[in-house]
Design a protein around this ligand. Structure first.
Ligand code: PSU
Length: 300
């Protein structure tokens, strides 16, 4: 297996600087081109502006790449038929020399291989609505019980069954920490009617909890749920009927497994005339800022 660190990431690691992992499925399957590329660049810039070093992760021609050059980022953002790789697929992707975009689960695995403890994304995967029939539960959830990476997100995507997602995380022993909030952030909306299980009010507290897990010999990572900025939010009352429409269409068209999340995000983008994407971009930037702060606290 080839683990290739970009020059910027290799230097940061050698100097013991704060690093923030970033995923690539959001680029290839989560946003349309060219907004995906613009967002990936802005997120990296945000991490740098906050004094940390970004490491966007993807499998390129079988190499596990931690940190991409701008050319690699640009090529990936325009590539067609890129695999969406999670824990189940990543070794096959690497062994076959294929190119794959890493989900939250796979990005956690690669970040850990590279010694990176903090990762910023948009929204984690979770228990899909109707999972009692489909059994569709994102592999992201189990990863939180296995791999010691703190993941900053804006909650689980509101397309999911949020109460069941929290239940599964609890069963798996994964802490869900609201950043300065008491209700679970729901991606496009700042809050939900669910209480968030734990709360932290500073990056230092989140870093301390990360270190304490390790000191206590507890496996796995942390979910940090950071509410979307007020200026970018779409209130639940507005987004929920649109989510219902998109879910009904997915059902009618027989969309299943890995295709569900990308299909729903694309349909919600169309139904909101781009507003959901604008929100998604702002929440990722907001998560990148917090992740950079946590990463710096961890280097102290
Ligand atoms: N965050 C976003 N957009 C995305 C994702 C996260 O703002 O597209 C991706 C992540 O890679 C996450 C995946 O792991 O969605 C969840 O896919 P699934 O539900 O198939 O596990």
């Amino acid at each position: 297996m080839n683990l290739t660190l970009s020059p910027e990431v290799a230097e940061a690691r050698a100097q013991g600087r704060a690093l923030v992992a970033l995923e690539s499925t959001i680029i290839t399957h989560g946003m349309p081109y060219p907004q995906n590329l613009e967002t990936a660049r802005k997120v990296e810039a945000q991490v740098r502006a906050k004094g940390a070093v970004p490491a966007t992760i993807a499998v390129l021609n079988g190499d596990v790449c931690v940190g991409l050059t701008d050319d690699q980022l640009s090529e990936l953002a325009q590539a067609k038929d890129v695999m969406k790789v999670s824990r189940a697929d990543i070794a096959v992707c690497v062994a076959q020399g294929a190119t794959g975009a890493t989900t939250v689960a796979a990005t956690m695995i690669c970040a850990h291989l590279a010694g990176i403890s903090v990762f910023a994304t948009g929204g984690i995967g979770g228990v899909h609505r109707g999972a009692e029939d489909s059994f569709d539960i994102s592999a992201d959830l189990r990863e939180f019980s296995l791999t010691p990476v703190t993941v900053v997100c804006a909650g689980a995507k509101a397309i999911l069954d949020l109460p069941k997602t929290l239940e599964v995380l609890e069963t798996l022993g994964a802490p869900v920490i609201g950043y300065g909030c008491d209700s679970l952030p729901a991606f496009w909306s700042r809050g939900s009617d669910l209480p968030v299980p734990l709360r932290a009010d500073s990056a230092a507290q989140i870093a301390a909890a990360h270190k304490t897990r390790a000191a206590m010999g507890l496996d796995g990572g942390q979910v940090v749920a950071n509410p979307i900025p007020v200026s970018a939010e779409i209130p639940a009352a507005e987004i929920n009927p649109i989510i219902e429409t998109a879910l009904a269409e997915a059902d009618a068209q027989g969309i299943a497994a890995k295709d569900v999340t990308p299909f729903l995000l694309q349909r919600i983008f169309e139904l909101t005339e781009g507003r959901s994407l604008a929100s998604n971009i702002e929440l990722v930037l907001n998560n990148a800022r917090l992740a950079a702060e946590i990463a710096q606290e961890l280097t102290k």
